[in-house]
Design a protein around this ligand. Structure first.
Ligand SMILES: Cc1cc2nc3c(=O)[nH]c(=O)nc-3n(C[C@H](O)[C@H](O)[C@H](O)COP(=O)(O)OP(=O)(O)OC[C@H]3O[C@@H](n4cnc5c(N)ncnc54)[C@H](O)[C@@H]3O)c2cc1C
Length: 467
């Protein structure tokens, strides 16, 4: 094979997070010659190394420790565990290792070239890959998929080099559990870390720049989250804006525009993310980005240069690993075949790993009311389910929103243990074409007993009886 053939690919994917992996795997399955370029030493993206996986593994380790300490049997036996963050993080490290190994095998098995180094466009059809040893490699392709992800947004006037100031990447390096923490930014990441650190008995301020937590959720879920956050001792502060951050030797002070000063051991800045586009040389490809470094795309994930696709966090919301993967597959399918009807990219569930866990799919009551849709509501409270009582985990609720006339499921909102799993039962029915998407499925089906899935029957009957 000639040099030019070796350095030319049908498709080059930049980034090996879920977006890049989805695109590479779909393109190679469609018979394309594919290369992925990754600047980190290991594949898996920020998802595996800094975002979803480490945060969920740490959460699981913290919650398992709390479960032991809260368990009356262990308490009576005098058993309690108090591990520092560095110990709890160890389980995250082992999961990351296993994820990298497994994902690397996908590329190897499918014959996708994994090229290590930083990719920069040198033209609309070519990139330069600068390897770790600074050697440069020129590659060309018919089509590119940019899946370079995002990083925490860092305002210039915040000193992220100070040992008491963290963002969601660096918080994973914290070795000892601080006594107190302020989290600035109450989006999904801020709320998840607030739940985690509060479970470690950290005195916690969660500062929200808006008037409610996670405003995109259904109001009942927002109320439940706020109630349980406060109940566990998180100090919520809504409608507050940062004036400045003053890191000192023994503490860090967050000065708010309202005049308040919050003094804690450490501060976690969790206020927004920026697309990883600054080193991509996009101008050489004829592309520009918005103020958050994100690429604009059309409904097929094509940028303004049609043979350059972009997927995942680099295109902005919903900024979820789950969505990035499907978007990657969609883009690859589109560039190979054009037909993408089978992908349901408009039905993305939300999974939020707070305490309580939250998951939802479809519009909220507020949105249905604004759109004047005639809907009814069915509830199931977990405290009334045998399975939740047996497990001693009674906090939670499943709420079904359905059309009063057609009984079509319109929205599913859930909080409580395993909410992010429970949602998918409803999703399977909700995604059926009419008339199969119907509340009657849950009323007329037999559910294992006792299960949490039974919540669907209870909620469906509860709503049906209101008609
Ligand atoms: C704390 C935290 C918790 C999260 N929890 C969840 C969750 O529970 N569920 C969920 O669905 N999502 C979660 N997310 C979001 C999720 O991690 C992201 O949505 C996901 O990682 C986006 O995937 P991606 O493929 O777009 O990019 P990424 O995973 O960010 O991967 C991008 C890759 O591109 C590489 N790259 C960038 N620029 C270049 C370049 N020029 N050349 C070569 N390589 C380059 C990077 O090194 C990186 O490996 C969380 C995020 C954070 C921060």
């Amino acid at each position: 094979m000639s040099q030019s053939q070796e350095s030319h690919f049908d498709v080059i994917v930049i980034g090996t997070g879920p977006g890049g992996e989805g695109a590479a795997m779909e393109a190679v399955k469609q018979g394309r010659r594919v290369a992925v370029v990754e600047r980190l030493p290991q594949i898996g993206g920020n998802c595996t190394h800094l975002g979803t996986i480490p945060s969920k593994a740490l959460r699981s380790a913290i919650f398992r420790m709390t479960e032991v300490n809260d368990n009356p049997f262990f308490r009576e036996a005098g058993v309690s565990i108090h591990l520092e963050l560095r110990d709890l993080r160890r389980s995250a490290a082992s999961v990351i290792g296993r994820q990298v190994e497994m994902r690397q095998s996908f590329y190897d098995r499918n014959g996708v070239d994994v090229i290590r180094g930083e990719a920069t466009f040198s033209g609309a059809q070519s990139i330069t890959v600068t390897r770790l040893d600074n050697a440069a490699l020129e590659l060309t392709a018919d089509v590119f998929v940019v899946a370079t992800g995002s990083r925490p947004y860092r305002p210039n006037d915040v000193d992220f080099g100070h040992p008491r100031v963290f963002d969601s990447d660096t918080i994973l390096n914290l070795d000892e559990t601080p006594r107190s923490m302020t989290i600035y930014g109450a989006g999904v990441i801020g709320c998840e870390y607030a739940s985690m650190f509060r479970n470690l008995d950290v005195k916690l301020n969660l500062v929200n720049t808006r008037s409610k937590l996670l405003e995109f959720l259904d109001d009942e879920i927002i109320d439940a989250l706020s109630y349980h956050m406060r109940d566990t001792g998180v100090r919520l502060r809504h409608d507050e804006v940062c004036e400045r951050i003053e890191p000192l030797d023994d503490c860090v002070i967050l000065h708010l525009k309202s005049g308040k000063q919050l003094r804690t051991d450490v501060l976690l800045w969790a206020n927004g993310r920026a697309g990883n586009t600054d080193t991509l040389g996009l101008d050489s490809a004829g592309l520009t980005v918005n103020s958050r470094g994100q690429l604009k795309i059309n409904e097929n994930f094509q940028t303004d240069v049609p043979h350059i696709y972009a997927v995942g966090d680099v295109v902005g919301p919903p900024a979820l690993a789950s969505a990035a993967y499907v978007q990657g597959r969609f883009a690859a399918r589109h560039l190979c075949k054009g037909d993408c009807e089978q992908f349901r990219i408009d039905q993305i569930p939300t999974g939020i790993y707070t305490l309580p866990e939250i998951s939802s799919l479809g519009p909220s009551e507020r949105e249905l009311t604004e759109d004047k849709v005639p809907y009814e509501v069915g509830h199931s409270m977990f405290k009334n389910l045998a399975r939740a009582q047996i497990a001693g985990r009674p906090v939670g609720m499943l709420k079904l929103l359905f059309h009063r006339e057609t009984l079509e499921i319109l929205g599913i909102h859930c909080f409580g243990p395993n909410a992010s799993e429970i949602i998918h039962i409803g999703q399977a029915i909700m995604s059926q074409p009419a008339p199969n998407n119907s509340l009657l499925y849950f009323i007329n089906s037999t559910f294992n007993y006792p299960t949490m899935a039974e919540a669907y029957r209870v909620a469906a009957l509860n709503g049906y009886n209101r008609l």
